[in-house]
Every structure is written in C-alpha cells, then in structure tokens.
Design a protein around this ligand. Structure first.
Ligand code: ATP
Ligand code: MG
Length: 262
C-alpha cells in the first residue's frame, strides 16, 4: 500500500475524567483504522504502570520507555510494529518504585516522541484517567486533546473538572469530544450537548463533537478476543463509527489551527 504522508505529524492525546470509559479501545481502534486508511501511525501508551494497549492487541511488549530510561533498552527496541500496522510504544508496564514520580520519564518520552514525529502522520497518546501529571504531559505535547465522554452524570462532572483544570492554565486549549457507550447518534449528541452546556456556562467554551462509539457487545468481545474490532468486524457499525472519528482527525490534521479559538 502507498503510505500517505502529512506535512508533519498530528498528535492527539486521548483523555478522560474517569477511568474505564473506553480511552484505550478508542485509541487502538482509531490507530488501526488510520493505518487501514493509508496513514503512518504510532500509539504511545502513557498510562504508566497500568498500560494495557499491548494486551488489547495480544502483543508482547519488547521493552518500555522506563527500560530506555534505565539504559536497559534502546529507543528503537521499544518501538513495536503491531499486527495492525501501527507502532506501539509502552511507557511502563508495571508500577515502579523508582518512578513514583513519573516525571523522571519525561525527557525519554520526549526523545521518543521526537523520533516518532519523523516517522508518522499521527501519534495517539493514551493517557491515564483524570488529572494526572502524565495526562498534562500528553496534552502539552499534543495538537489536540480528544476527550472520551460518557453520559452518566458523575462521568460528565469528572470530565468537566478535568477540563476546567486544563482551561484554567490555557483557556484556548483545543479539546474535542467523542462519546462512548452511546445508544446511537442522537443519544451521543445529547450527551455532548449536556456536557457543552456546562462547559459553556462555566468556561465560555464548547468542544467540537468528533463522533461516538455505540454500546455494543462486539466491543466487549474484542477485548476478550484481544483483536481490535476494526480488524475483526470492519463492516460492523462500531467500526464505521471509528472510521468517522478517524476521518474527522484526518480533516483536523489538515487544518491544524482551526480548533484554536481566535
Ligand atoms: N462501546 C463499548 N461497548 C461495550 N463495552 C465497552 C465499550 N467501550 C468500552 N467497553 C468496555 O469497557 C472496558 C474499558 O475500556 P478501556 O479499557 O478502553 O477504558 P479506559 O478508559 O482505557 O480505562 P482505564 O482508565 O482503566 O485505562 C472495556 O474492557 C470494555 O469491556
Ligand atoms: Mg486505558
């Protein structure tokens, strides 16, 4: 396949207020869909100590960013080419006493990101849930923060508090949102409308809607089968919805400034 090439790589941080909302699934399926569409893609699993992208893909981790930091592996050795065609870099695959403060990894993560930028059109960073330092590292390096939003009131208030924290530092930060566990397009739009009502009221912002993932048994099955659903059931509606999200990212990457308010 002829690989398409963007002028520069577009970095997306996938973030949420709450855990278990589907960040990792959105990350790996979007990454694999972008590869299917002809782009060069890397995923950085920055959920340090609790990484699970490799497990969702049934891939074994050749080494981690932590190993590079400790001099146990070279940068190239931790760049795993996955069966789906994207490169996966895992930050740390288990909690590490030395790294109670994960900021020791920032210089190594930055060095890896610099290398990935030379070789990829898209870099997706899967972040830990909530307002951790690692989430802020990722948002700071990203061109855009893609929030995974779900409809429960507690989840909406968690993601609101997360964004508020970021927007207090940078009121123009370019966030977008995808809705997971939706009953359908209308339900997803309603969830985002509720979220945006709060964001508009308190922060005078609105976050563009990028798409949704339906609540679907096949998504759960893809986790136990360890195969991304965009690969196992590419024609199914869940995979089509990921294709919409991937297409939206492609659109945004081509006009990289459009999300920033004037
Ligand atoms: N659209 C969906 N339909 C059905 N089940 C889903 C859907 N999205 C996610 N799940 C379920 O939710 C679980 C959590 O998803 P995932 O691991 O991607 O969340 P996460 O936000 O990355 O979690 P963490 O914060 O722990 O990293 C999955 O294992 C799957 O069982
Ligand atoms: Mg995760």
């Amino acid at each position: 396949m002829i690989k398409k090439k963007l002028h520069q790589s577009y970095i997306v941080a996938i973030a949420s207020g709450k855990g278990g909302v589907g960040k990792s699934l959105v990350t790996i399926n979007t990454a694999e869909k972008l590869v299917q569409l002809g782009y060069r893609v890397a995923v950085v699993d920055a959920d340090l100590g609790l990484s699970n992208c490799a497990a969702l893909l049934n891939e074994s981790i050749p080494g981690t960013v932590m190993d590079v930091r400790k001099g146990k592996a070279g940068i190239d050795e931790v760049m795993l080419k996955t069966e789906g065609g994207f490169t996966l870099v895992t930050g740390a695959d288990e909690p590490d006493a030395e790294a109670m403060d994960w900021s020791v990894l920032y210089p190594t993560l930055d060095a890896i990101l610099r290398k990935l930028r030379l070789e990829n059109d898209f870099i997706l960073i899967d972040t830990p849930a909530g307002a951790s330092d690692l989430s802020f590292w990722a948002l700071d390096r990203a061109d855009m923060g893609m929030l995974v939003v779900v409809g429960e009131p507690t989840a909406i208030s968690d993601v609101y508090r997360f964004c508020k924290f970021v927007l207090e530092v940078d009121p123009t930060y370019p966030f977008t949102a995808v809705v997971n566990f939706a009953d359908g397009e209308e339900d997803a739009q309603n969830v985002l409308k509720r979220f945006n009502t709060i964001v508009r009221h308190f922060m005078n912002r609105e976050f563009p809607y990028l798409g949704f993932i339906p609540m679907d048994e096949n998504v759960r099955k893809s986790v136990s089968d360890q195969i991304p659903f965009v690969r196992s059931i590419p024609e199914h509606q869940v995979s089509k919805e990921v294709e919409y999200i991937a297409s939206a990212l492609i659109g945004l990457s081509k006009k990289n400034t459009v999300l920033k308010p004037a």
